[in-house]
Design a protein around this ligand. Structure first.
Ligand SMILES: N[C@@H](CCC(=O)N[C@@H](CS)C(=O)NCC(=O)O)C(=O)O
Length: 219
């Protein structure tokens, strides 16, 4: 059975959403980020990214990791590409061309979008978005994201999805990266097709179910 290591309030959300879309059973091991704990190595600390038992799974000490039939993978977006290929169905590539496109879009999101989008969400998570430093970080990130938003806006001209004419792992992977920039409503208003596409992705029952669990997770 698939095991997902990581709390829902982390990039593990992507893998939980994916497992929900696929309708596959899975076991959840709620590994928490060490930086969220006062003393991650305390004997009574919950399992976290510095716990020996987790480092045995991912020596990088980062969540999520997945384990499936003895195979361990440790990159959230690659985990989803693997799950799509393994479990198939409409989310998976139908042929080698689609597989190429899904990998391309996922790598684009990871390298061109996520570094900037993460800076935004981390600033808001820290509650520093109204400090001079926080405002500067967010402004820099929003400026950097302009090109990627314009690129995706153009791609979505005349289409509802990233690859093919259906919701796929490419939509899911990109939607989870773009979610980190959602506080920037003006950026989305300037790119109405990106805004509508993200809304469609987030209206899916499996996304809502994942977010429901996430909202009940302990701080
Ligand atoms: N490229 C990795 C990044 C993983 C990552 O940075 N995870 C964060 C949580 S979202 C983490 O584990 N942080 C724990 C720590 O820094 O101790 C992926 O996408 O899976």
């Amino acid at each position: 059975m698939l095991t997902i290591y990581g709390v829902y309030r982390s990039r593990a959300s992507r893998n939980y959403w994916m497992a929900g879309e696929l309708g596959i059973p899975f076991k959840s091991v709620p590994v928490k980020q060490a930086y969220r704990l006062a003393d991650p190595l305390a004997h009574d600390a919950p399992i976290n990214t510095r716990s020996a038992s987790f480092l045995a799974i991912n020596p990088m000490g980062l969540i999520p990791a997945i384990e499936d039939d003895g195979l361990v993978l440790t990159e959230s977006l690659a985990n989803n590409l693997y799950l799509a290929r393994k479990y198939g169905g409409p989310l998976a590539p139908a042929d080698i061309r689609e597989e190429g496109l899904m990998g391309n879009w996922t790598m684009w999101a990871a390298t061109e979008v996520e570094p900037h989008a993460v800076r935004i969400i981390l600033t808001y998570d820290a509650g520093t978005e109204n400090t001079d430093d926080g405002k500067a970080k967010v402004t820099t990130a929003v400026t950097a994201l302009g090109k990627a938003f314009a690129f995706l806006e153009n791609h979505l001209e005349g289409r509802d999805h990233i690859v093919g004419e259906r919701f796929t792992v490419a939509d899911l992977n990109l939607a989870e990266v773009f979610r980190y920039a959602m506080s920037q409503t003006e950026l989305f208003d300037r790119h109405p097709k990106v805004k509508a596409w993200l809304g469609r992705c987030q209206s899916r029952p499996a996304f809502k179910a994942m977010m429901k669990v996430r909202s009940t997770e302990a701080e």
